[in-house]
Design a protein around this ligand. Sequence first.
Ligand SMILES: [Fe+2]
Length: 301
Amino acid sequence: MADLNEHTVTDAAVAQMANTPDPRLREIMESLTRHLHAFAREVKLTPTEWLAGIDFLTRVGQACTPYRQEFILLSDTLGLSRLVNVMDDRENRVGEATETSLLGPFYRENSPRFEYGQSIATRAKGPEMIMFGKVVDEAGNGVPNAIVEVWQTDAEGAYDLQANDPEVMDMRGQYRTDAEGRYAIRTLIPLGYSIPMDGPVGELVRKQQRHGFRPAHIHMLIGAEGYRELVTALYLGNDPNIDSDTVFGVSESLVVNLATGLNESPDPSVPSVRYDFQIAKRAAHDKSGRVGADPSKIAAE
Ligand SMILES: [Fe+2]
């Protein structure tokens, strides 16, 4: 046998994977292996640095709990989550369907149900706002009985998962659209926040001298029978970090500004934003949801 050198070791590794029966797994692992090897050659990775990388990834895994997903955070801060979403939108976004945004690490299943116009702030206090509008289909017709799931920080920039008792849910909930596809959510004005900086990802972001902040936003997950699940978020346009989101989630079409006196608002005296979400029919080739999402949960309802 020939001794492996820095180039032939790549071909040898790929050759051992050649019989992988699943063609997509074979394609992904071959490409990942080739790119990882090319990366190591390009930066001339030393054994010490390799070990530091292993240690870092180990700590990322150890930082994960049922309430914290450090790996998604790592993907987000590297721009990988956004890249995957952008590619998926390019392939699968239909017509004028609302753009997607990151699911992020703070989504929870089984959030409480609320009625039209009720507030998701069951414990937190702060200045209020209202979000209202319609969930519409590709023709602009309202989609009745769609699930509108929403989650966000409180007025201090913290999610319930970061509170003292993460078992308690607050600042999140699910609504159903009415017969005309309308929804209305009363909530608190969210505050931009720092990504969790007390773990290995935060440590890396600090070493890179990045500010670590996300502009204020409200996460949304919208689903209806027969439609593609939409994972998105609305961003407040007056946030100082609107152009430098640490996890690259902002799109122009998702930036909103609050205004009082909107006469269609359930309460025009409260700063409100009207936003219509357009969802697309589920296509036969739709297999999975967006990054981290589980569309089967909504389809099964
Ligand atoms: Fe968020």
